[in-house]
Design a protein around this ligand. Structure first.
Ligand code: BES
Ligand code: MN
Length: 452
């Protein structure tokens, strides 16, 4: 397969400036004060698609708009590729932990630092520029291309699902390609064989009409913070397993080939300690770290709120406590079933004087790839020629909620080809993307298209 030559210095400089412009838009989907900026990022995508020669438009949703680009010049008989990404980003807080402000992109040590640099604007940008270069060079693409960029991935893709159902015909594709993940290591291009699913809940415990004087009532009145803490502690047993009855019932065992592939990856537990700054690792006994991250489900408390937390002391018994709790799911766990099991668990654990409310915020099904076929081989060859070595096949503990829906609704094979690096600080301060992966990423995609 002919590999594409390197990009020119002038092209790379222009791309860097354009990416900086995109990264400067604070498209924080979770917060309404950024609603206009989020729309601005969507329009930025549409403008970029239009000026590259695709047809493009914004679709309104009850939430943030969907940017859709289309190039159908290959004709109705030719295959269609769907490119998916998201232009929304996670909230940047805590701001004081950023070395440079999150929406003022900066380059240090060969890295672009900004919120969204890796997740996902920087990677979506690679696809936009690959399409631009191909259309400028050849005047055409080897396949029909639909590019779909949503603004609600970081808040659960709630409005994308009905959009997929409503526009199934228009979005019909032979394969979906997504760059919203990381490589296993520097110089180690990677293709994903799995994503975990997600069930996300808000729990509220109530114990009294209002907060109470802890001297007048302490020792007799129930405490919502304590009650919720007990409930949260009951989610795991002493062996690091999730202690909800039935939680593991639908978990499938993986094949020996996948297990062997994982064992052969160059992985040290120490590197995870360095990457995270944790002093030790936790989790289910009997499974290796990568198995725990990729093949096994997990439960986490994402946040807790209760009682007096301002300066100084206040003697009070909180009447209410709230926690955000989420579960990462693996095949064949089902979000409906997990919601049911959690409610049962809460009912069993919470004493009668504590009222607990369980509300689901969002969800996504787990996904497992079919790592084979012509599209998969094209991606493999493209990564090889851009990075100079064969990609490794890796799992992923994180979630991209719509991936399973793409396979269900569109019947298309999904390819996950990510270009971020471990420790990219996705969702954290000082998020970064390697500067040289702009060129390597675009070259990979150019090679991918020519391999099709
Ligand atoms: N890009 C990430 C998912 C990801 C991260 C895949 C690292 C592979 C490697 C995505 O934007 C994300 O953060 N997903 C959320 C989904 C949730 C907010 C519905 C997640 O996993 O928490
Ligand atoms: Mn994310």
């Amino acid at each position: 397969m002919p590999s594409v030559s390197d990009l020119t210095r002038a092209e790379l400089e222009r791309f860097r400036n354009e990416l900086f412009e995109f990264l400067s838009i604070p498209s924080v989907s979770a917060r309404s004060e950024f609603q206009d900026d989020t729309r601005k990022a969507a329009s930025w995508v549409v403008e970029t698609l239009l000026s590259s020669g695709l047809e493009a438009q914004l679709f309104e949703t009850p939430g943030h708009p969907i940017a859709l680009g289309e190039w159908r010049g290959a004709g109705p008989e030719a295959p269609t590729l769907l490119v998916y990404g998201h232009y929304d980003v996670q909230p940047p807080e805590p701001l004081e932990r950023w070395t440079s402000p999150p929406f003022e992109p900066a380059i240090r040590n060969g890295r672009i630092y900004a919120r969204g640099a890796a997740d996902n604007k920087g990677q979506l940008f690679l696809h936009l520029k690959a399409l631009e270069l191909l259309l400028a060079r050849d005047g055409e693409l080897p396949v029909n291309v639909v590019l779909l960029a949503e603004g609600e991935e970081e808040v659960g893709s709630t409005n994308l699902r009905p959009f997929l159902e409503a526009h199934g015909d228009r979005l019909r594709a032979d394969a979906v390609v997504i760059s919203d993940s990381a490589m296993f290591g520097p110089g180690l291009p990677s293709l994903l064989f799995s994503l975990r699913g997600l069930s996300y809940f808000e729990l509220r415990a109530r114990t009294a009409r209002t907060d109470l004087h802890s001297g007048m009532y302490g020792g007799a009145a129930p405490n919502a913070a304590t009650a919720l803490a007990r409930l949260l502690a009951s989610l795991h047993d002493a062996e690091g397993r999730v202690a909800i009855r039935g939680f593991y019932d639908d978990v499938v065992e993986w094949d020996e080939e996948t297990l062997r592939g994982i064992r052969e990856l160059p992985f040290r537990e120490g590197s995870l300690l360095e990457e995270t700054g944790a002093r030790g690792l936790v989790g289910e006994k009997g499974y290796s770290v990568l198995e725990r991250l990729w093949l096994r489900p997990s439960a986490d408390v994402n946040g807790i709120l209760s009682g007096y937390v301002e300066e100084g002391a206040k003697t009070v018994i909180p009447a209410e406590a709230m926690a955000k709790v989420s579960f990462r799911l693996v095949p064949d766990q089902d979000p409906d079933e997990i919601a049911r099991l959690l409610s049962e668990h809460v009912e069993r654990i919470a004493p009668p004087e504590v009222e607990v409310e369980v509300r689901e915020l969002h969800r996504g099904r787990p996904w497992r790839a079919r790592p084979e076929g012509p599209y998969f081989e094209a991606a493999r060859a493209a990564l090889r020629s851009a990075f100079g070595r064969d990609p490794v096949l890796v799992g992923e503990g994180a979630s991209i909620p719509v991936v399973a829906d793409f396979e269900r609704h569109l019947g298309a094979q999904v390819l996950l080809v990510g270009f971020a690096l471990p420790g990219a600080n996705m969702h954290a301060p000082d998020e970064w993307f390697p500067l040289d992966h702009i060129e390597k990423g675009i070259l990979t995609l150019l090679n991918f298209y020519s391999a099709l």
